[in-house]
Write a protein that binds this ligand. Structure first.
Ligand SMILES: Nc1nc2c(ncn2[C@@H]2O[C@H](COP(=O)(O)OP(=O)(O)OP(=O)(O)O)[C@@H](O)[C@H]2O)c(=O)[nH]1
Ligand SMILES: [Mg+2]
Length: 267
């Protein structure tokens, strides 16, 4: 993990999406930033803050079912100070100019794969926006009308241009916002295993013969996982790479159990 310092990852389609979002902003009343409850710090994007300057802003914590409920509670308190909606201003202006109330236009923004389209589908009560478990599913902005007086704008996921710390990039890779190929898979697995050993040492016990991570190394843990899953190399040795890959997938999909990577106390 120490070999890799600065992580720059800003593909061309994100720059395009950012410019498009900027032009949509004029028509938007309220910006909803979707933030992953497992990484509420790293999944916020300063670029999106700048974009929504002067607009009403709401933070929506997604994937709370995959996060540690105790930590989520602290994050809710943390964000409670920020979420102020300014819809009343729009109504005031409409009254002033004698216009009938127009639909409130909400723009849903966030890093890739955080659950923007899923939130829109939940609010709409049906699948109106394409969602999927990989970053980059939404390719372009799309307006969605709700039966109530709301219109939602789905938008493609946008990452920060670079990361102040490598840890933030790792957190975004572990939660599926950055494609795993961007960071070495072993560094990601090592990071996750170290964190689990520290905060959730018995969590793998339900799935693998690993009652506690406290007594074994990461390499040993990966060997056990490989053996358990039948991932063997030609010579019969356990395939640690494949085990690392599966461990990351299982974490991303919430199969290991709820695990928060960032605490509000440290923020
Ligand atoms: N467990 C769980 N999964 C969720 C939740 N919200 C979204 N997901 C899953 O996360 C994955 C990504 O969801 P999307 O709604 O496509 O995410 P997005 O932010 O629109 O992603 P992009 O369009 O790629 O930027 C999908 O597999 C969803 O089913 C949630 O609250 N809990
Ligand atoms: Mg989407």
């Amino acid at each position: 993990m120490n070999q890799q310092k600065n992580v720059h990852y800003f593909p061309g389609h994100m720059r395009k999406a950012l410019n498009a979002l900027r032009s949509f902003m004029q028509a938007v009343d309220l910006v909803v930033e979707v933030v992953d409850a497992r990484v509420p710090h790293s999944s916020r994007n300063p670029l999106l803050h700048e974009l929504s300057e002067g607009k009403g802003r709401l933070v929506f914590l997604s994937k709370t079912d995959l996060a540690d409920p105790k930590e989520t509670e602290k994050w809710v308190e943390y964000f409670a100070k920020e979420g102020i909606a300014l819809v009343e201003k729009k109504r005031e202006k409409e009254r002033r100019i004698g216009m009938k109330p127009q639909p409130i236009r909400l723009c849903i923004v966030g890093v890739p794969n955080v659950g923007k389209s899923t939130l829109i589908n939940n609010l709409a009560g049906k699948a109106v926006a394409k969602a999927g478990n990989r970053p980059g599913v939404t390719r372009a902005e799309q307006w969605v009308k709700l039966p109530s007086s709301f219109v939602l704008l789905d938008s493609p996921g946008i990452l920060p241009m670079n990361y102040p710390t490598e840890e933030e990039a790792i957190h975004l890779a572990l939660t599926g916002s950055i494609k795993e190929e961007v960071l070495p898979i072993h560094a990601l697995a090592d990071y996750l295993l170290d964190l689990l050993r520290k905060d959730y040492p018995t969590i793998l016990g339900g799935r693998y013969p690993i009652p506690s991570l406290a007594d074994i190394t990461n390499e040993e843990a990966l060997r056990i996982i490989a053996k358990e899953r039948g991932f063997l190399l030609k010579g019969g040795e356990p395939d640690g790479d494949k085990a690392a890959f599966i461990l990351l997938k299982e974490y991303q999909d919430g199969i290991l159990g709820p695990v928060t990577l960032e605490t509000a106390d440290a923020d």
